[in-house]
Design a protein around this ligand. Sequence first.
Ligand code: FRU
Length: 522
Amino acid sequence: LNYTEPYRPQYHFSPAENWMNDPSGLLYYNGTYHLFFQYNPGGIEWGNMSWGHATSRDLTHWEERPVALLARGYPNNVTEMYFTGSAVADVNNTSGFGVEGKIPLVAMYTSMYPVSQDLPSGKHVRTEQQSQSIAYSLDEGETWTTYDAENPVIENPPSPYEAEFENFRDPFVFWHDDTQKWIAVTTLASLHKLLIWSSDNLKEWSLASEFGPYNAVGGVWECPNMLQMPIKGHPSAKKWVIVLGLNPGGPPGTVGSGTQYFIGDFNGTTFKADPASIYPDNKSANWMDWGPDFYAATSYNGLPSGDVVQIAWMNNWQYGVMIPTSPWRSAMSVPRQLSLKMVDEKVILLQQPQRSWRSVVNNQTLKHSWKSVSKGSTRLDSPGEAFKIDLSFSDHDCNDSLASTFAIVVRASSDFEQETLIGYNFTSKELFVDRRNSGDVSFDKTFASLYHAPLSAGADKRIKLHIFVDWSSVEVLGGQGEVSLTAQIFPEGNSTEARLVSMDGVTQDVRLQINGMGSAWQ
Ligand code: FRU
């Protein structure tokens, strides 16, 4: 594979060519991580929506597989597109799709019908209708058969929401052990509601409950994900989490897509959000990521209970189809291990790169510490184009001699005309990423922006940043991972300089470690 084109991610998944959006069916089965994704087999813009497929043994090195679900009628007469969904291994063969002892993998997705038609199942669908369908694979995800005898298995939104048939999508299905049932969550996108369904066999579904609207309700609600995890330090106290996408309607300071989460309990029927997870009057939200490029996050089915790994689409509908890459468009985030932590009576989400992903981190490190980094600019040795940074420093209240902001500058040209800053504002207590001069920002007028997220010092009074830089992205995890900020950048290939910038004063007790990142494509 020649993954060396300008901006080509070296350790993030991107398809060899063509358009990609949401991860659609993350499934771990028989030692393999499957990644299905929204894919246009025929172009570099959204269209002909199909399910692309890639597999990995370590969530790092991916192999692209043949398209799993090719838009029906592609290329000349597309009558059904396969929108976002999810996948499970039906190990007990509840669906009956398994034959000769083969375990069926079952995908549940949204059928989007561009034209009204009568289906083989005898059902009639209207133009632009979105319904939920299933398909199965008996060869570990390589080839798929749509369940045409009955598809779509959830044809219409329930009463009183019949009018929402064009905004009814993105089923996330999982096995609910306590009730021994399949659960699927779909959105009523324009109403900011989720519908929760249950089933014994993945074929017949009944409505269990609805959830929302709560917290952020800009734009539409899409791509729900639901999962359960223990709370760190309280192993018997498990909580349920709902993650969902908003478009447009992301976090403050962003334009376009965003992702929020809710913590609560789920009894097999109803999801009840913790009071601490809800902000009255939709005044705020639990943001999963404070940057512009983290959307449609979803988690792996098939992992041991409590082990939660998510991948998100590292792009934004605001400018996604205009980013200056070719012959592909869009990459996925680094796979992230999620955990829960109790902070002042409130349960919050933490994110870290998944453990086995670290195989691509080089051992060779650049390590340095400073009692005090002086005011102004401090040059660093060039870390290259793809690397990981661990940076920590003392928090302080600003005064005449202490800095107002402290930042590490990366992917900078030798004259620093081009640069991306990742830093901390000691006055507002915010982490920030400034991509205003990060390289090519010309393709969208909102792209050249500065993004920020609240971040407090740890018990040791230090600010900690973990930063993952690739050829066209920056992911920042703050503290223990309670804050995440993801942003694409499009710097020139030879913009590889770095420096520290301490504004208006000094920054104390700075510790820096930089590791190069290897290519996952060699
Ligand atoms: C979100 C989304 C989904 C839909 C898919 C279509 O990114 O709009 O709601 O299923 O993209 O590609």
